[in-house]
Write a protein that binds this ligand. Sequence first.
Ligand SMILES: *Cc1c(COP(=O)(O)O)cnc(C)c1O
Length: 362
Amino acid sequence: MAHIKLHIPGPVEVSEKTFKAFCQPMIGHRGQAFKDLVAKVQPQLQTLLGTKQLPYLSTSSAWGVMEGSLRNLTQKKVLNCMKGAFSDKWLDVAKRCGKEAEPLQVPWGSPIRPEQIDAKLATGQFDSLTLIHNETSTGTMSPLVEIAALKKKYPDVMFIVDAVTSMTALPLNFDALGIDVLLAGTQKAFALPPGLSIFTASPAALAKAALAKDRGYYFDFVEFQKNAADHMTPSTPSISHVYALSSKLDDFFAEGLEARYARHTKTNQMTRDWAAKHGFTLFPETGYESITLTCVNNGAKPGGRTVDAAKLQKSAKDQGFLIDGGYGKIKGTTFRLSNMGDETPETMNQLYAALDSAMAKL
Ligand SMILES: *Cc1c(COP(=O)(O)O)cnc(C)c1O
């Protein structure tokens, strides 16, 4: 069957070069070759994340580390900043882990604002918070730098940040932000196959984790730190993913991080322009739009054009492109187009051409 190219916001299209790297012969995860491989990617990841802390490789999707962060860092109560399907789900996950948790819910499409977090943290009830930088279900990005600035006022609160669909697309300087956990799964902005997550933790987070009696084993931050110091992982990792990651990081640095960030800004602007050209408005509040995916308003809120999203999706698919027809409660009343990963102006233009032709037939 012919491959349908992925323009959904994850998993995204994986290049042939990455697949080739993924398929290298297996090696032992306690041997020197694997340690050399990890020792090679660690400084690359440190540059990418703007940190002197050790980056960790978790063989899991992002949710593993998202849940693990709570097990390691929430002792008192967690504030779950909620603005869409993924961030909303974190409250449910906290409760399933037996944690005390409280929502800070804003309408889907709105960002989380620092003053809203400040008001909650001022109650003194919380020792941790979860935030999704770029909420993929709504295509909405919260102002991370301004939110992270609150850490100075609340040094004992652990700031846990999901950057699943923003890491690699814009600068995230972990040490300068001063936050405690930064994490991402690799099947989205990294354009690797699903199954690996990358994260890092602050010294304060590691110290706090060490005191948590019920932090489990698989996602134990202390184990990750100890093993990363030896260029290893606590348990047998997906070694294939580490090969692929190494190849991908070489791609990032060959392109140049600044050029990579600029490419995402450009291709995202092109998608917004495509939507405007067809009379659509965007779902996120103006000024808070994601730069890795575009959530097009298709009746979820007043204004702009509406079309049969399922028909648009079907017609795009018939032409070889998979787009997303909206997530959760805004399925159909929005649709989403991804420019994550390796997409360039040229490849995006191929998508717009297919969508133009689909629109003409609606
Ligand atoms: C996709 C996604 C997740 C969940 O990732 P899994 O790989 O399914 O665990 C979490 N957060 C964000 C922002 C996402 O886009």
